[in-house]
Write a protein that binds this ligand. Structure first.
Ligand code: C2E
Ligand code: MG
Ligand code: MG
Ligand code: MG
Length: 273
């Protein structure tokens, strides 16, 4: 009996595995056509200045409406795109949409900045700088209003190469942010040698505020170091008023999170607060 049960389980896992790899294959294929079919769109989440309470920028977050599977999260399709060269096509598409849409949003809030995520494959792409420059030019967006978010781990894969790409992006006028800070193993001291404008504290770190005195002490020193080199510090994933209070007390500059505003389509953004 144990034997047949074992075999039954085996078959069950086989089916699950097959379904998962079929979904994956299907998504990979469909993702290639998604930009041209208009299935990709961007949600925008406000980045709020903690002194004024106003949105100073919005982060553009990729969304995919799949005709059969419905909404696919970027947590699923960005890694798929990164495994192929698709990420460069997709990344350029995201940049084009975002730079166009921010123009309309700036009609409501003229100083509103835009941040866009770049993957490590885009950082390695030799046409990245001209692509970014072209997107801002076509949209008529001052390059300084665009901030590119790069994760700590993307930079640490090849720090030398990353440094030269970041410098080239900076030279064309774009701003630069480190995303998900606190999740990797890089030292802040090493990151601070790069030409950066913004440091985004990862949401797992924000989640510890209030529960952990250590987290507060660490964040306090991170903020001090960042401010010493003129970096703006943004806390991600703020979900409670109490986290917001702690961040204000620690001198954090800005925050982003469900408590302040969820990512929504450009037309639904509330920029009044
Ligand atoms: P990220 O850049 O760190 O973006 C923040 C993520 O946290 C977003 O998830 C956002 O919806 C979510 N978030 C915001 N506030 C809260 C909060 O209060 N609580 C919690 N639990 N989550 C919050 P999303 O939109 O699912 O994106 C996930 C990741 O996918 C992004 O993380 C980014 O790494 C990647 N991604 C999204 N769009 C793009 C893109 O256009 N290009 C690239 N390369 N990556 C992208
Ligand atoms: Mg980001
Ligand atoms: Mg992040
Ligand atoms: Mg992230």
């Amino acid at each position: 009996q144990a034997k047949t049960q074992g075999r039954g389980q085996h078959a069950f896992f086989d089916i699950e595995l097959r379904e998962r790899s079929q979904r994956r294959l299907r998504l990979e294929q469909d993702l290639r056509a998604a930009p041209a079919l208009g299935q990709l769109w961007l949600a925008y989440q406000p980045i709020v200045d903690l002194r004024t309470g106003r949105a100073t920028a919005v982060e553009g977050l990729a969304r995919w409406n799949h005709p059969r599977f419905g909404a696919i999260s970027p947590g699923e399709f960005i890694p798929l795109a990164e495994e192929s060269d698709l990420i460069n096509l997709l990344g350029e598409h995201v940049l084009r949409i975002a730079t166009e849409e921010i123009i309309d949003l700036r009609a409501r809030n003229s100083h509103l900045g835009l941040t866009v995520n770049l993957s490590v494959r885009q950082l390695d792409h030799d046409r990245l700088v001209p692509i970014v420059r072209d997107a801002t030019l076509v949209a008529g967006l001052p390059p300084g209003a665009l901030c590119l978010e790069i994760t700590e781990s993307a930079i640490m894969r090849d720090p030398k190469r990353a440094a030269s790409t970041l410098t080239a992006l900076r030279d064309m006028g774009a701003q630069l942010a480190i995303d998900d800070f606190g999740t990797g193993y890089s030292s802040l001291a090493q990151l601070l040698t790069l030409p950066l404008d913004m440091l985004k504290i990862d949401q797992t770190f924000t989640a510890r505020l209030g529960d952990s005195r250590d987290a507060e002490a660490i964040l306090k020193s991170v903020i001090a170091m960042a401010h010493a080199v003129n970096l703006t510090v943004v806390a991600e994933g703020v979900e409670t008023e109490s986290q917001l209070g702690i961040l204000r007390a620690l001198g954090c500059d800005a925050a982003q999170g469900f408590h302040l505003g969820r990512p929504v389509a450009a037309a639904e953004l509330d920029l009044s607060t």
